[in-house]
Structures are given as C-alpha cells and as structure tokens.
Design a protein around this ligand. Structure first.
Ligand code: S3P
Length: 442
C-alpha cells in the first residue's frame, strides 16, 4: 500500500510547465481499434498506465502484433476485422473501457471468449452493453444474468439495430459502433448526451462510414449516430494528446494554491471532455487556452492556469456528461469556493471505479468539508477550512488524486492512503506535482 503525504495551507505556490501524459481513453482505442486494422500503425505518446496495459495484453491475445518501442511508443500490427480466438480468459484488469469495448468487438467474431478482471471490475455493471449486443444477435452469458463480469461472449452473425441508450456512455456507444462494423445493415444509436466521441473520430479516420448528428434529449444535447458495416479498417498513425482528465487535477491544484501559475502542455481539449474547464471558469478560475492545434484527429492546446478565488456553481445536464470523471476534483474546488456548489444528473458517478458520490463525500468530510451526498450528485457549502488527516483512496485513482489536491490546501499534514492505484491512469502524478513545487513527501 503506498501513501502520499502533503503539507498544505500557507505552502509554496505551484509554478512551472508540465507535459501531461497521453489520454487514457484514446490510448485504449488506439490499441483495440489498431488490432482490427488491416496493417501496421505507429502510436506515440501512448499512456503507460495499468488500464492501458490491460488493453495491450488483450489486443495481443486476439492476434495483434504489438511491439513496445518505448513506454510511450507502440507499433501495432493489426490482425484485420477477423480476430484470432484467444487460448485463455481475457483479463481486463481494472479497466471498464477495455471490457465494454471488447464485448462489442467480440460480438461479431465466430468464437467464444471469457472476459474477466480484478475484483473492482467484476463489480461494475455490464447490462448496458450486454442487452443491446444481445438485441444485435450475440449470445452473452455472465454473472447475475449477464449484469456482472465475468462475461462469456459467443460471437456470431449480427444484425444492425436502432437503439436508444439509457445512459450517455461513451463505452456503450463505442461497443455498439464496434459491433456495428460486423452487422448486417446499419446500426443507429441515440445517445442522451454528449458522451466522448473518440471512437467515432478514430473509426472515421480509419475509413469506416460513421454519420453523426445532433438530437434533442430531455434537458440535454443528444447525439444520433449511424455506422455502416465495414469490409476493412485502415491503420492509423497517431500521436495521442495529453489527457484532459489528468490535467484536471493540476488545473484545480494551481487554482487553489495561492500564488500559483502553471502551464500544462499538449492537453486534449475535445469539447466532449472539457466540462471541467467550463465549470471552473464559471466559478471564476483563470485558465487560458493557448497554442491551439491538433494531434491524432483531436484538438489540443496548452492550458495556463493561475490561482483564483472561486464562487460556487450549479452543474447538471450536458456539463456533467462532459465532466463526469472530473467531478471528485470539482468537489475539492467547491470546498474552497464561496457559496454552494450543486452537482446533479450525475447518478453515473455511483457506478465508476467506486461509488464516487459516497467515497468523495466520506473522505472530504474527514478533511472538514461541508459536503452532502445526493442520489444523483452532491452539494458542497464553501469555503471550508480543511484540516489534514489520514484519508483513503478506496482503490480509485481519481479519488486518490482529488484527495492529494485537497491535501495541498488543508492545514497540516494529509496522508492519502492507497495511492498505488493512481498508476491506473496517471503514472508519475506525484513526481509531476512535486516538480511544480507541490509540498509532497514525509
Ligand atoms: C470512458 C468513458 C466514460 C468515462 C471513463 C472512460 C471511455 O465512461 O467515465 O473513464 O474511455 O469511453 P462511461 O462510458 O461509462 O460514461
């Protein structure tokens, strides 16, 4: 078990420039879609994190020729749309993205595969992919009638469906788009919110026919999507942008620690991911988007952030979908903001790596925050004087990092337990924060 200790309040400001590691969502897709390509692709700025290693293992087990040129550079020899039958259970580790996207990729293969993972992943809901894949014609078995892993996917002939997703989930959308590559007839999806669109971008760049259009959804901007079955996918060389979801912790840290000024380089600013940027700015944060460009078919920029006083904000609807992974660290920002911050429409938080409503509320309260759980989010009254104590990361990388950020503004010493899981998404987090002047260590 590894801990991170921080000393906060009155500490030194964060200053300097940092390069943010590659995007986790896009790294998964580079490997999994790369496995389906009819040729070899070179991927740079790959994220060498625990979750992405799970995708690398399964891509290799399904017949892709994955060569690791350096921790962040891969050469992926695709197997083509017809994957190889693996000779063992596919271990998805702790990665929900790997398991859900794989379920879609395997639904059209003429063999059976068992998908499993560690205890945390085996608690995560799978009906959201299993039910529509069954409608397409796949046979999927799993614990509790297919609601929980392990899953056995017996692929076969698929038919295109017209399907309304019950949740605005990029993983579900991606699984169904991937299955749609193999179906008879087009697959049409109606997504109730602006879920991240990396799969659509990548599939289009690889030559698949994917059409997207805006659609109204209750209280939100929805998305319509149609994929036409494909005969092959072209390999795609890619430089993966920095992960906005990792940059998020530094955006909040530099906003909260007085006197800070930090530039984060090469960060992906795909609008389906940057809800936190909009929320922080609405709260009064000083964040500039500089040097906008593109990498791997995705918009990127440098983000300059300076310390600022914050006011509370109300977050719901589209903004919550576009900030879903950043809500624990938004809660930390809200503890220091003047007034109330209300997060609603975020029931999905309860089925992430942990129940992030419950764990965020429990641990921030230990530090002295005034935060209450709601069925679909939380309410924070700020500003609160946080006091350093021992808190628990609950095996959840984003919760642990959010608590480290809270520790930078709490009085005295904060000990965040269980920080080894930060490597699921942000290897080098502690060193990067310390390099910017964060008061970390014994
Ligand atoms: C992801 C989609 C989101 C997000 C997760 C990564 C992806 O999950 O929370 O961290 O890479 O597609 P949902 O699809 O469940 O919303």
């Amino acid at each position: 078990m590894s801990d991170i200790r921080t000393r906060g309040a009155g500490g030194s400001p964060l200053r300097g420039r940092a390069v943010i590691p590659g995007d986790k969502s896009i790294s998964h897709r580079a490997l999994l879609l790369g496995a389906l390509a009819g040729g070899t692709a070179r991927v740079s700025n790959f994220l060498p994190a625990g979750d992405c290693r799970a995708s690398r293992r399964v891509a290799a087990a399904l017949g892709a020729d994955v060569e690791v040129l350096s921790p962040t550079e891969l050469r992926i020899g695709g197997r083509g749309l017809a994957l190889r039958e693996p000779d063992d259970v596919l271990d998805c580790g702790r990665s929900g993205t790997t398991m859900r996207l794989l379920a879609g990729m395997l639904a059209g293969q003429p063999f059976a595969v068992v998908l499993s993972g560690d205890a945390q992943l085996r608690r995560r809901p799978m009906a959201r992919v299993v039910e529509p894949l069954r409608l397409m014609g796949a046979t999927i078995l799993g614990r509790d009638g297919g609601r929980l892993p392990p899953l056995t996917v017996q692929g076969g002939a698929l038919r295109g469906i017209d399907y309304r997703l019950p949740v605005a989930s990029a993983q579900v959308k991606s699984a169904l788009l991937l299955a749609g590559l193999y179906a008879r007839g087009p697959t049409t999806l109606h997504v109730p919110g602006p879920a991240r669109d990396h799969t659509e971008r990548m599939l289009s760049a690889m030559g698949a026919e994917v059409e997207a259009w805006p659609e109204p959804a209750p209280g939100r901007g929805g998305q319509g999507l149609r994929i036409t079955p494909a005969a092959s996918l072209a390999p795609l060389d890619l430089t993966i942008p920095g992960d906005f979801s990792s940059a998020a912790f530094l955006l909040v840290a530099a906003t909260l620690v007085p006197g800070s000024e930090v530039v984060l380089e090469g960060v992906g600013v795909n609008p389906t991911r940057t809800g936190l940027l909009d929320l922080l700015r609405a709260m009064g944060a000083q964040i500039d988007v500089l040097d906008e460009g593109s990498a791997g078919g995705e918009p990127i920029a440098d983000l300059r952030v300076r310390a600022a006083e914050l006011a509370g904000v109300e977050a719901g609807g589209d903004l919550v979908v576009r900030a879903i992974d950043e809500l624990p660290v938004l809660a930390v920002a809200a503890t220091q903001a003047h007034g109330e911050t209300l997060v609603r429409d975020a029931a999905e938080l309860r089925v992430k790596e942990t129940d992030r409503v419950a764990t965020t509320v429990q641990e921030l309260r230990r530090l002295g925050a005034a935060i209450e759980a709601r069925p679909d989010g939380f309410l924070v009254h700020g500003p609160a004087r946080l006091r350093g104590v021992a808190v628990e990361g609950h095996g959840d990388h984003r919760l642990a990092m959010a608590l480290v950020v809270a520790g930078l503004v709490a009085e005295g010493e904060t000990q965040v337990r269980g920080c080894e899981w930060i490597a699921d998404s942000f290897p080098g987090f502690e060193a990067l924060l310390a390099g910017l002047g964060g008061r970390i260590g014994p």
